[in-house]
Design a protein around this ligand. Structure first.
Ligand code: SAH
Length: 382
């Protein structure tokens, strides 16, 4: 159909030196923080004290850490609490249950996160890279290419900030405590492997080391970088894996998810089933329903045959058309028939809700890099 984009190089490769942000306490585990605090000439217990503010009380501003002597506070703020995320714009929709935050990073890069409140849980969708190098043609982030990897703390700080928003009671009708984190914002999390795994460790370590979330409540979504999926399976973590499949056949997947040119459908599914076996966790299969592209009954049947009997669940995502895209969402009757066929094959299937569409906060709409000139305005969330 179209010429296939090349898979871009790793931004960490020699010769490309992206400007990473200053170190922050969320980059370090508790013993690393203790070492650093001692090097600064402060007693080691200060590390726990500052960590308690940040992870336990969700206080990110050193000025609010008033139990620290002023000189100490200044010293620790400089070395452990640099400002990583500057809010540029915050928007709410769905009666305040969905909130999107656009951040500017220290080098001017823009990234986004989304907070979603439900009656029984609060989820944040966070970004792992500024931009993305995976070039999926239906995804807004994929169009702009990759700027750089986020640091561990830049990833964690998105969750801590939005956990603070939830704790302030801003999400009416939802519990105040952040419970779920999905790596479904901008970027390919497994292409920023070490920092993403460190970020997951901060999210699941109990306070004051981390946020104390349940591993089962963390979802890492990937285009299917097979070696990284296998490596993740060998960590002592059992987070949920979501695989962005989008097509059951290599011909189409080569186009929709260009990394398929490197790791084919059968290889990526093998890695997913090994992940499920190692962790005991059901793998989510993500499938954007694109009109007349991947929504044919025969593709539903083929997908059903590939997935039948496996520890898996299919999430169909109504395509969120990106500006200028030639693609559209599948009509509802087509979507229903797709669901019916998958279920008939014995595959558990649901259609994802489309939270955040009005504020461009839904799947694949996070394209902050194209948004450089927007005014600084804070709506609803301040
Ligand atoms: N790089 C990761 C995380 C990206 S976003 C990944 O690809 O899994 C999370 C999900 O949103 C992915 O399944 C992605 O394919 C999907 N998505 C991207 N653009 C979309 C769009 N325009 N409509 C619907 N889903 C989209």
């Amino acid at each position: 159909m179209t010429s296939l984009p090349l898979i871009p190089v790793d931004p960490d490769a020699p010769g490309r030196r992206p400007k990473m942000p200053p170190r922050h306490l969320a980059d370090l585990d508790l013993s690393g923080r203790q070492e650093l605090v001692t090097e600064l000439g402060e007693p080691g217990f200060r590390a726990k004290q500052v960590s308690n503010h940040y992870f336990g009380r969700l206080v990110r501003d050193p000025a609010e850490m008033t139990d620290l002597p002023a000189a100490t506070r200044e010293r620790l703020a400089e070395s452990l609490l640099p400002r990583l995320l500057t809010p540029v714009r915050e928007l709410a929709c769905d009666d305040g249950a969905t909130r999107k935050a656009l951040w500017r990073l220290h080098d001017g890069s823009l990234v986004e996160s989304v907070l979603m409140g439900y009656p029984d849980r609060v989820t944040v969708c966070i970004s792992s890279q500024a931009g993305c190098g995976m070039a999926c043609p239906f995804c807004a982030t994929g169009q702009a290419g990759l700027t750089r990897n986020l640091s561990t703390a830049e990833i964690v700080d998105q969750a801590v900030y939005l956990a603070g928003v939830a704790a302030s009671g801003a999400v009416a009708g939802s519990p105040p405590r952040l419970s779920h984190v999905v790596f479904m914002g901008m970027g390919e999390p497994l292409a920023n492997y070490a920092r993403v795994v460190a970020a997951i460790r901060r999210l699941v370590s109990p306070a004051p080391e981390g946020l104390g979330l349940s591993q089962r409540h963390i979802t890492v979504s990937t285009v299917g970088l097979v070696p990284a999926i296998r490596r993740l399976a060998s960590e002592d973590l059992s987070v949920t894996l979501a695989l962005s499949l989008h097509a059951p056949d290599d011909d189409l997947r080569d186009e929709l998810v260009p990394v398929n040119q490197r790791w084919k459908v059968s290889e990526v599914l093998d890695a997913a089933w090994d992940y499920a076996a190692r962790t005991g966790r059901r793998v989510s299969i993500e499938y954007a329903m694109i009109k007349d592209v991947n929504d044919q009954p025969w593709r539903a049947d083929l997908l059903g045959r590939l997935l039948a009997g496996k520890l898996t669940h299919v999430n169909l995502i109504p395509l969120n058309p990106t500006p200028g895209s030639r693609w559209d969402a599948s009509p509802k009757p087509v979507e229903r028939e797709f669901v019916r066929r998958l279920r008939a094959a014995g595959v558990s299937t649901t259609v994802r809700d489309t939270r955040g569409r009005e504020i461009d906060g839904a799947c694949g709409q996070l394209a902050a890099a194209q948004d450089q000139d927007t005014d600084v305005s804070r709506e609803a969330m301040a």
